[in-house]
Write a protein that binds this ligand. Structure first.
Ligand code: TMP
Length: 248
């Protein structure tokens, strides 16, 4: 952040004028009109059923007149789709975890500025299949902490600022089961999006434990649900969670 000169009172407290202008330019989310939509993210390893649950939740929210969009990372925007194909297809070792983190953050920044923040500012809820927790789970914990956590924290500050999901639903599942589901799904796909699935079980166990650790550190944001339940039961639990969290 640039150094502060004059100060100005804003809904977010007293900040330097230069900082405020800088924030408004780079982080349009700072305008936070009221009411803005809620930002709900779904996280989890491979094959945990996030996309199915997001669709069911979206239908439920529409049924109670809550405007919402479904989106995902990587690839929630047209440009992001190109980054997605670079990131999730091909040889698992074609670039390293630092390059991956930078590309995921490029996708995230485009996703925020072109889709997430504009929707939230219109009062629309955004349901996202993955967000920044995925980068910590995959690029930090998955790679056995070979990438520095400080680098990922800095990237978060640069690209996302102080913005955070209002709720993160972590679908937790034994990686063996999730990977089996995921490979089965890939057999029916034209383009094989299995770059991360092809890493060993240790990578996936690491990232699962990482997710659980993150959830423990931020209990006010995370809710952990057992993804081994059947689709309907899990949906009921997600709706209950949403009702409690947002007093619906
Ligand atoms: P998915 O949409 O099928 O979950 O595929 C996205 C893949 O990208 C998945 O293997 C997780 C991985 N990923 C990361 O490694 N880091 C990230 O920051 C994100 C958003 C996804």
């Amino acid at each position: 952040m640039p150094s502060l000169k004059g100060q100005v009172a804003t809904p977010e407290g007293i900040v330097g004028i230069e900082e405020r202008e800088f924030q408004l330019e780079l982080f349009p989310e700072c305008r936070k009109p009221s009411p803005r939509g809620m930002f709900v993210t779904f996280e989890g390893g491979e094959g945990t059923g996030k996309s199915t649950q997001i669709k069911l939740l979206s239908d439920y929210l529409h049924s109670i007149q809550i405007n919402n969009i479904q989106t995902k990372e990587p690839g929630g925007t047209e440009i992001g789709q190109e980054l997605r194909s670079l990131l999730v297809t091909g040889d698992k070792d074609k670039f390293d975890a630092v390059a991956e983190a930078l590309l995921y953050y490029a996708d995230r920044r485009i996703h925020l500025t072109n889709k997430i923040w504009p929707a939230l500012n219109e009062g629309t809820w955004v349901l996202s299949d993955r967000f920044a927790d995925s980068t910590v789970a995959y690029q930090y914990y998955g790679y056995d902490k070979k990438v520095s956590k400080e680098l990922l924290d800095d990237l978060y500050q640069i690209a996302v600022g102080d913005f955070k999901p209002d709720l993160t639903i972590l679908l937790d599942l034994e990686p063996k089961i999730g990977l089996e589901r995921s490979f089965k799904k890939a057999i029916n796909m034209d383009v094989k999006e299995t770059r991360h699935e092809s890493r060993g079980l240790e990578f996936h166990n690491n990232l699962r434990n990482g997710y659980l650790e993150m959830a423990q550190l931020e209990p006010e944001r995370f809710v952990v649900l057992d993804a081994n339940k059947n689709i309907e039961q899990l949906h009921i639990e997600i709706v209950q969670t949403i009702k409690e969290r947002f007093k619906l």
